[in-house]
Write a new protein. Structure first.
Length: 285
């Protein structure tokens, strides 16, 4: 709810964060909803994270988004976790409560599901889904994807043992299995999601081309001004659709904004503005 006087303070904390589009996104959300807030970048080293965040909130800050490499540290810092943050063991949103306790949430999975289901009309229910990578990005999205009841959800990682241990944490929610890249098999998937950081270094995960057929939807959780290497490779394999994660970025931000302000902004105009701005800017992830 908007208040009189000085605007409420929000921001994103990470290292590095200069590339972040979050101030642009939340600025548009604030303008759209009439909320009074300021949203800034906070570049903080891992060893300074705890003291910096506590100081931010002690000075009246209302909320922070948390990005690499601080999401696990944020989960440890929060006094209370939402169920989805507790399941993910990672936090991308911190909010101060009335009793001055810090609430930690993870909006990444909700952002991905909103984008796939609502923006892109990608069907996940009863479909075979492959997620490439078993890192923090994957941990935040597994549970929300399983709520959509895919026929099968495979987590593939360069290190097979890591993928199997990762999947074991979520088997109570649905059919999820972990494997190494070499054990993915020759059968194609309906939806393939790249959750690795390979695109940041111009690489493509070492997965077989057989995972893709002419009806496969390929989604890269990374995004850039031009097509990511993974999506370029996916098109070369003949996929049906190749989609960057701009929508997930905006949708997870809207979830954070709703947690902070009690209002969920309209995302379509913000996503359109973001894509237009990004097309005029240097590549950014």
């Amino acid at each position: 709810m908007a208040v009189s006087g000085a605007p409420d303070q929000y921001g994103v904390v990470g290292h590095p964060v200069a590339h972040s589009w979050s101030p642009f996104i939340h600025g548009l959300f604030a303008r759209q909803t009439g909320e009074s807030l300021v949203y800034r970048l906070h570049d903080v080293l891992p060893e300074d994270f705890r003291s910096y965040v506590l100081d931010f909130f002690s000075r009246g800050g209302r909320g922070l988004n948390v990005t690499v490499p601080h999401k696990v540290a944020a989960a440890e810092l929060a006094n209370q976790l939402t169920p989805r943050a507790e399941r993910a063991r990672a936090v991308n949103t911190l909010a101060i409560q009335r009793d001055n306790r810090l609430l930690g949430d993870n909006t990444d999975g909700a952002g991905l599901v909103h984008d796939l289901r609502d923006n892109l009309s990608v069907e996940v229910t009863d479909r075979r889904v492959l997620i490439i990578g078993a890192g923090g990005a994957t941990r935040g999205v597994i549970a929300p994807l399983l709520v959509l009841r895919p026929a099968e959800l495979i987590v593939a990682n360069r290190t097979a043992d890591r993928a199997r241990a990762f999947a074991a944490d979520f088997t109570d929610l649905g059919q999820v299995t972990g494997c190494g890249f070499d054990d993915i098999g020759a059968e194609a998937y309906d939806v393939v999601i790249n959750a690795t950081s390979a695109s940041l270094s111009g690489e493509v995960p070492a997965v077989p081309a057989t995972i893709i057929h002419r009806d496969t939807v390929c989604y890269d959780m990374a995004y850039s001004r031009s097509e990511t290497p993974f999506l370029r490779w996916s098109r070369e394999q003949g996929c049906a659709r190749a989609i960057q994660g701009w929508g997930m970025l905006v949708e997870q931000a809207a979830e954070s904004f709703h947690l902070w302000r009690g209002i969920r902004p309209e995302t379509a105009p913000v996503l359109e503005a973001l894509r237009e701005r990004a097309s005029l800017s240097a590549p950014s992830f």
